[in-house]
Design a protein around this ligand. Structure first.
Ligand SMILES: [Mn+2]
Length: 327
C-alpha cells in the first residue's frame, strides 16, 4: 500500500489502463483513480482502453476520458494497470504500459505472471475498486461523489450487487462509506442491471433458447452463434449478464456462456456455484479469473468448443469430488 502510494505521489504523468472488454470494476477503478489523481493536481494523466466504454457504463463521471486511441510516443512516469493479472489483457496498449518508467498493478485476480514494479494485489478483495478505495484512504485523498460513484460501480458489478459470496463485511463497510460520500446505490443498480438495449434483450432471448444441460443437471450452457448476433443486431458486449440466467437454473454447479467471435474464436464465460473452481478450468485453456467467475477463449468452432468445455468440466467435477471423498 505504502509503495503504491509513494509511486503515485512521485509521478508527474500517469497512464491508467483497464483490461480488454472492460467491465464495471475495470472502468470504475480506472476512472475513480483518475478523478482522485486529478484532484491531487496531477493533470498529466490519461485513461486508455483497448475497447470503448460499453453503453451501460456511460453514466460514469467523465467516461469520455477513456480513450481507445493513443499516440505511442510518450513515456509516462507510472502506468497503472487495473483489474488484470496478465499484461496482455491491456490489449493494443501493452507497449505503452511497458514503455512507462514504472508499472503499478492494482488487482484482485490470482496472480498469473508478475509484471509490475509495485503490485497491490489482494485476491480476497471483492473488486479492484475496493483496493483503489483502500489506496485512496491510505493517501488521505478526499472521496468526492465522482470518485465514490466510480468505485461503488466497481464493487456493485463484481459482487453482482452484493449477491456473490465474494461480498465480505469489509466490502459492505467500503460500500457504505462510498454511499456516504455521495454515490447513489440505487441509481448505479438501475444503470448496470436494470437498463438494457432492445438488441441486448433480443439476444438474451435467442441465447436462452439454446440452453442445454448435462444429464445430471450440474452443468448448463448456452451457445450463441454469429447468426444470433446478426438477427438481434447485437454487439458482443451485449452478452453481459446472460450467463447468470444459466447459473440460476436449479441444480447447476457450473454455468457457461459460449459465444462465437467474428474471428472464428469462441469466448467462454464460466460461472460456478459452490466448490467448483472455474478459474482453474479456464486456465487450462489459457484464460483465468476467479474461483466462481472466469473466462477463456478457444480457437475452434462453436460446436467443438461446447464439446471440449463440457467434457472438461465434467472430468474436473468428477476428479474434485473424488478428492474431497478421499480427504
Ligand atoms: Mn474485478
Amino acid at each position: 500500500m505504502t509503495h503504491a502510494a509513494q509511486l503515485l505521489h512521485e509521478a508527474e504523468s500517469f497512464l491508467i489502463v483497464p483490461h480488454l472488454h472492460p467491465d464495471g470494476d475495470a472502468l470504475g477503478s480506472a476512472l475513480g483513480l483518475y478523478h482522485a489523481l486529478k484532484q491531487m493536481g496531477k493533470t498529466h494523466g490519461v485513461v486508455v482502453s483497448h475497447d470503448p466504454v460499453p453503453e451501460i457504463y456511460r453514466y460514469l463521471p467523465d467516461w469520455q476520458q477513456v480513450h481507445t486511441e493513443h499516440s505511442h510516443h510518450r513515456t509516462y512516469d507510472v502506468a497503472v494497470v487495473v483489474d488484470q493479472s496478465q499484461l496482455n489483457r491491456a490489449g493494443k496498449h501493452e507497449p505503452l504500459v511497458r514503455a512507462a518508467r514504472k508499472i503499478l498493478q492494482i488487482d484482485h485476480h490470482v496472480l498469473m505472471e508478475p509484471f509490475a514494479d509495485v503490485a497491490l494485489v489482494d485476491t480476497r478483495a471483492a473488486a479492484t475498486a475496493e483496493l483503489v478505495y483502500r489506496l485512496l484512504r491510505h493517501m488521505r485523498l478526499p472521496l468526492t461523489p465522482e470518485v465514490a460513484t466510480c468505485l461503488l460501480t466497481g464493487i456493485v458489478t463484481d459482487t453482482f450487487s452484493f449477491k456473490f459470496p465474494n461480498t465480505t463485511p469489509r466490502t459492505l463497510r467500503i460500500a457504505a462509506a462510498l454511499q456516504q460520500a455521495g454515490a447513489d446505490l440505487s441509481y448505479i443498480n438501475e444503470q448496470v442491471f436494470e437498463t438494457r438495449s432492445f438488441s441486448a434483450v433480443k439476444l438474451l432471448g435467442l441465447a436462452l433458447a439454446t440452453l442445454q444441460r448435462t444429464e445430471d443437471g450440474k452443468i448448463a450452457w448456452v451457445s450463441i452463434p454469429r447468426s444470433a448476433f446478426e438477427a438481434a443486431h447485437a454487439h458482443e458486449e451485449e452478452t453481459e449478464g446472460i450467463v447468470n440466467f444459466v447459473r440460476s437454473v436449479r441444480g447447476v454447479e457450473v454455468a457457461m456462456m459460449l459465444r462465437e467471435s467474428p474471428n472464428h474464436k469462441v469466448r467462454a464465460s464460466l460461472r460456478s456455484r459452490g466448490a467448483v473452481n472455474v478459474a482453474l478450468l479456464a486456465q487450462q485453456f489459457g484464460g483465468g479469473g476467479h474461483e466462481n467467475a472466469a473466462g477463456c477463449t478457444l480457437e475452434t468452432s462453436l460446436a467443438e468448443a461446447e464439446r471440449i468445455l463440457v467434457a472438461e468440466a465434467q472430468r474436473w467435477m468428477a476428479s474434485s469430488s473424488s478428492i474431497s471423498r478421499a480427504g
